[in-house]
Design a protein around this ligand. Structure first.
Ligand code: GDR
Length: 329
């Protein structure tokens, strides 16, 4: 039975990946921060066979212990401070966890394997935010980086550390450059979920308006369930490598609002949406669109869920959640 260790198990991707690996027959270990983490029951409900370990990306010795307990064949580093908007306010902490955390996981593997790093396959959750002020469109593996937020800078550090350990120690280390990926499990602070939850609550009479930032921002949005499959595929290859994972389509926040409100029968959403400067960012990325040709050719990966299906899935799920929370509606 192969063994996998996932950091960031409580996040959207951690849950989908844990489910995928458990279904494939893996023994799955999930790393959690702090005792009595309130998210532990959610993880245990989604992945009943999961074994939870304590560890912190700020603490190397806790990562070495996690390796010793889990004895993993594969390590997926999904743990991070992942909200870009917050990273300007928590720049140092973001650097510490999202950036230095990657180096610590790599070091923990190096120490655990006594420098024979190829024994443990490593996946780093890199991000399209590394492209930032883009040098070419669409973006591919060879596109130069120009991150535009402390988050993007920290992810770029993690990406290059992953490449460096591959080149320095022969680590089987892969970096997945994932464009935005969403689902009904997305955190409420991200724009897709903020919109789909807001739409559900407006339809049920529980909320009047959604406050948003830049409505002209555009993203390449895919379904998180499809994207974790790509993570696994990267670690099943003969050689490690870096892969862009994206749909190749771009949509604006306005498109997102069109589809989400249409799902509840509203064609003109303007009365329900207000812009608030609080949600604008000090610097925006340019047009992010990914070219996932390498992933298609080498991994045989392609996204299954397209934009409209994704947004409708999220509104439908939020209607159900909000109805349960307010049964009188
Ligand atoms: P992003 O996701 O920064 O792309 O990072 P997010 O959903 O936060 O923002 C997408 C775009 O929407 C605009 N926007 C708003 N965003 C939020 N959160 N709230 C608002 O009210 C709002 N109004 C407009 C933003 O300006 C932005 O342009 C995500 C994260 O998952 C990262 O961890 C990951 O690495 C990248 O995707 C790929």
């Amino acid at each position: 039975m192969p063994r996998a260790l996932i950091t960031g198990i409580t996040g959207q991707d951690g849950l989908y990946l844990g489910e995928l690996l458990a279904a494939k027959g893996y023994e799955v270990f999930g790393m959690l921060r702090g005792q009595n983490n309130p998210k532990a029951p959610i993880v245990e409900a989604a992945i009943p066979s999961i074994q939870l370990l304590e560890g912190d990306l700020r603490d190397l010795s806790s990562l070495i212990s996690a390796m010793e307990i889990a004895q993993p064949d594969e390590v997926y580093n999904l743990g991070a401070i992942s909200f870009v908007g917050l990273s300007w306010k928590l720049a140092e902490l973001t650097g510490e966890i999202t950036g230095m955390g990657v180096l610590r996981v790599l070091e923990a593997i190096r120490i655990h394997t006594q420098n024979d790093m190829s024994r443990v396959r490593f996946y780093q959750a890199s991000s399209s935010e590394m492209f930032g002020k883009v040098r070419e469109t669409p973006q591919r593996e060879a596109t130069a980086f120009h991150p535009r937020s402390p988050y993007g800078v920290a992810k770029t550090f993690g990406h290059y550390m992953t490449v460096n350990y591959r080149e320095s120690y022969g680590a089987f280390a892969c970096s997945g450059i994932l464009f935005n990926h969403e689902s009904p499990r997305r955190g409420y602070e991200f724009v897709t979920r903020k919109v789909t939850r807001g739409v559900a609550r407006i339809a049920l009479g529980l909320q009047e308006k959604i406050e948003l930032g830049n409505l002209d921002a555009r993203r390449d949005w895919g379904f998180a369930g499809d994207y974790v499959e790509a993570m696994w595929l990267m670690l099943q290859q003969d050689e490690p490598g870096d892969f862009v994972i994206a749909t190749g389509e771009t949509h604006s926040i306005r498109d997102l609002l069109d589809v989400a409100f249409a799902r509840v029968g509203v064609n003109d959403w303007t009365p329900y949406v207000v812009q608030n400067p609080r949600f604008f960012r000090p610097a925006e990325v340019d047009l992010l669109i990914g070219d996932a040709t390498c992933a298609r050719d080498k991994l045989g990966w392609k996204p299954q869920v397209e934009f409209r299906g994704l947004v409708e899935m999220m509104v439908t799920a939020d209607l159900e959640i909000e109805r349960k929370l307010s049964p009188q509606r």
